[in-house]
Write a protein that binds this ligand. Structure first.
Ligand code: TYC
Length: 133
């Protein structure tokens, strides 16, 4: 957002240096145009911080991926303790799907890729997906 602020000449933002607009029609004149306001446009650099959208990373159940492999993935990629990893793995095993964590888009994407790469490399059908929260 741009904010335009009009200053009287005496209050110019540049402190005492008369502001000269591009078209103030007073070129060469001796300062001051009889109380006429001079204007300046100040563009305030706005550091508008947007909260990143968050994505849930989910593991899907299948009949073939070994439970131990899923537990190791949860520890390694999602930094879960062995106990947390076991709980999540069993939840996915019993319910069909479970959340591994919630992250900004690029972090979520990287984690999904790490899981899918590890699964492919070990020839397991494990599936990991992300969804906007
Ligand atoms: N259902 C798998 C088995 O019985 C274990 C498993 C758990 C697989 C979680 C995937 O996301 C998964 N070996």
């Amino acid at each position: 957002m741009r904010v335009a602020i009009a200053y009287p000449l005496q209050m110019s933002a540049t402190r005492g240096v008369p502001l000269r607009g591009a078209d103030d029609g007073d070129a060469g004149g001796k300062g001051g145009s009889g109380g006429k306001l001079d204007t300046a446009t100040i563009t305030k650099p706005k550091t508008k911080s947007k909260r990143p959208s968050l994505y849930r990373v989910l593991l899907l159940n299948d009949d073939y991926t070994p439970m131990e492999f899923v537990v190791l993935i949860l520890q390694d990629v999602f930094n879960k303790t062995r106990e947390e990893a076991m709980q999540i793995m069993l939840h996915v095993h019993n319910q069909g799907v479970g959340e591994c964590g919630v992250f900004p888009f690029e972090v979520a994407e990287t984690k999904v890729t790490r899981v899918m790469d590890a699964a492919r490399k070990n020839q397991h059908p494990l599936q990991c997906v992300m969804e906007k929260q």
